[in-house]
Design a protein around this ligand. Structure first.
Ligand code: NAP
Length: 283
């Protein structure tokens, strides 16, 4: 059992993606709309842009003022939808409260929705139809497959029911023939459920929410959360001090934070942008 460190996969995958981009007659182009000055969003956006550069995708940030009006964002999205030179459009969340996040997210044309968040793409996922898929859930499934973790027939517990993590992820696990349970803040006997599961996905967003005692031996633990501890260091939901016990004594698989799911999310965003461009050229 092992630490499921995504870094080794990422460098291999970047090389593959670069080759795919070079085969296209037109370079894919990703436009990221960022509103305001949220610090974490700024970091995520620059990380996405850096990865685009690494694989040879064109990228652009449209950075709007915190107090931008809803109509202005609306117009930008509608123009990008029409622009033949734009492959993918992403509205970096969260956006300021005076803007309607659901409405604006859903305004992005399904084909260009690289985040897989529109009603159309979420609906397709639920119906088992082809469409764009939310990047973090996509990354989790691919990470497990790359490390040859069996999913079929396994009991999977997802501690999160958000639209960007838990709900799409449940659909992907069902597609892989797992038996899925979704837990949330009102779930009873959570500890018992964790102990009974083969694969546990934690996306609660609370440092030290889980520790070694919570898991049965041989569990695969996917820690999605990005938290910051008292020293300002990035951490997940699983106590870092227990990593060694979980891996060496309990023989668990564990995705670390950082260098786990987060690395996969950006990679999936880039791959999904390339897939959209490939589909367009094959039409
Ligand atoms: P969210 O909407 O706040 O979801 C948190 C979930 O945890 C909710 O479903 C909530 O239940 C549940 N929860 C809270 N307290 C709980 C408890 N005591 N017991 C069981 N469940 C509990 O957040 P999100 O946007 O999904 O993100 C979750 C975490 O993942 C964050 O740390 C975020 O930064 C991280 N994230 C990482 C990536 C990545 O690429 N690595 C991508 C996306 C998100 P209720 O629904 O009942 O409130």
């Amino acid at each position: 059992m092992t630490l499921l460190d995504a870094r080794q996969l990422v460098s291999k995958k970047i090389d593959e993606l670069r080759v795919r981009v070079n085969k296209l007659s037109t370079k894919p182009s990703l436009v990221i709309i960022r509103v305001g000055e949220d610090y974490a969003s700024g970091k995520y956006v620059s990380n996405k842009i850096r990865k685009c550069e690494e694989v040879g995708i064109e990228s652009k940030i449209i950075h709007l003022q915190e107090d931008v009006e809803q109509e202005s964002v609306e117009k930008i999205i509608l123009d990008l939808n029409k622009d033949e030179n734009v492959t993918g459009v992403l509205l970096q969340l969260p956006i300021p409260k005076h803007l309607d996040e659901d409405y604006l997210t859903n305004l992005i044309k399904d084909e260009k929705d690289v985040d897989g968040f529109t009603i159309g793409n979420m609906g397709k996922l639920s119906l088992g139809l082809e469409g764009n898929v939310a990047c973090t859930p996509r990354g989790i499934i691919n990470l497990l497959k790359e490390f040859s973790v069996d999913i079929e027939g396994k009991d999977v517990l997802i501690i999160n029911r958000s639209n960007i993590v838990g709900k799409p992820l449940a659909q992907l696990f069902l597609k892989e023939d797992a038996t899925v349970t979704i837990a949330h803040s009102k779930t009873k006997k959570l500890k018992e459920k964790i102990l009974m599961s083969d694969i546990v996905i934690s996306a609660v967003g609370r440092a030290n929410f889980l520790n070694a005692e919570d898991f049965s031996p041989n569990t695969t633990i996917v820690d999605v959360s990005i938290n910051f501890n008292e020293e300002g260091k990035m951490c997940g939901d699983v106590a870092k001090s227990d990593y060694e016990i979980l891996i060496n004594e309990k023989q668990c698989n564990l995705t670390p934070v950082p260098n786990g799911v987060g690395q996969m999310t950006v990679l999936e965003l880039i791959e999904q942008t390339i897939e959209i461009a490939e589909k367009k050229e094959s039409r």
